[in-house]
Design a protein. Structure first.
Length: 288
């Protein structure tokens, strides 16, 4: 599928376009930028065949620390292997950062509203959703790979209403590349938290301070692992998109699949002799 520029009128909020596609030049630029990171992390993918090559689908998974280090690799691999340009539902907070909204829109992301999600699915798009949102990105010290979905069921409602499958997915590796030093719950930050909350800052979304490679904030370049589960067919709940019991059932099935695949990837990670960058370099260059 040759990517083409879209010339249609804006169809979604914030001027986003319903059928947005990157140009070939944009795809090549993104891949050039991603190449060093791909080489450094040697991402492992499994279950990509579970993503349908056409028709509406919701990809639902865990958001990892800082949020933006694994998603581009995942989206690019889906585009390479399945021909699907993934549309992300972005947290509202992203749209308050000057200029950042334009970057997100260029990448195909849209503000995470029900109307936007509904429109994308009706148009047959592949939509990526992180029910944990920004809170799952702003992990605390004891929350590595935990799903912080609370009671959110919006994605289940959208999937049932659209009659589209849900493909649960898991991402492991990013949170092993960092050690959180200070998180938003640290008592030393209480005065800052109180002051910022008074002016409307959502403290839950404040990311932690972490170290990676030595005392630096650079990641340790450990391997990244991704897994896509078998699709959940939501047509069995057809017409029940306002039924809380049906919504909880779909949400819980999805959450269980994500948690199972996180555990499976962690087991694979633990047994991987090439997990660390130095071990992969030795293998690549035939060093003992």
């Amino acid at each position: 599928m040759e990517p083409t520029a879209n010339k249609e009128r804006p169809d979604l909020t914030d001027g986003a376009r319903l059928a947005h596609r990157p140009t070939a030049a944009q795809v090549n630029l993104v891949r050039a930028v991603l190449t060093p990171w791909r080489l450094a992390t040697s991402p492992h993918f499994e279950g990509l065949e579970n993503i349908p090559t056409d028709g509406p689908v919701l990809l639902v998974g865990n958001h990892t620390l800082y949020g933006l280090l694994d998603v581009p690799l995942m989206a690019d691999e889906i585009y390479r292997s399945r021909g699907r340009f993934v549309r992300g539902l972005a947290e509202n907070a992203h749209y308050k950062v000057p200029g950042w909204r334009d970057v997100l829109m260029a990448a195909g992301a849209v503000r995470g509203t029900r109307d936007n999600c509904r429109s994308l699915l009706a148009a047959g798009e592949a939509v990526m959703v992180f029910p944990g949102g920004g809170r799952e990105v702003a992990k605390r010290k004891d929350e590595q790979y935990r799903l912080l979905w609370k009671e959110r069921m919006g994605f289940a409602r959208m999937a049932i209403e659209a009659g589209c499958p849900i493909v649960p997915f898991a991402s492991v590796g990013i949170e092993d590349n960092f050690d959180i030093v200070i998180d938003a719950d640290h008592h030393a930050l209480t005065p800052i938290r109180d002051a910022l909350q008074k002016v409307g800052v959502n403290w839950d979304l404040v990311p932690p301070v972490a170290t990676g490679l030595g005392p630096t904030p650079l990641p340790r370049m450990e391997r990244l692992y991704f897994s896509f589960a078998e699709p959940i067919d939501t047509t069995r709940w057809a017409g029940l998109h306002n039924d809380d019991t049906a919504l909880r059932d779909v949400r819980d099935r999805t959450r269980t699949a994500v948690e199972d695949h996180i555990a499976s990837l962690q087991a694979k990670q633990e047994a991987d002799p090439s997990r660390e960058l130095l071990a992969r370099a030795r293998f690549r260059f035939g060093l003992s």
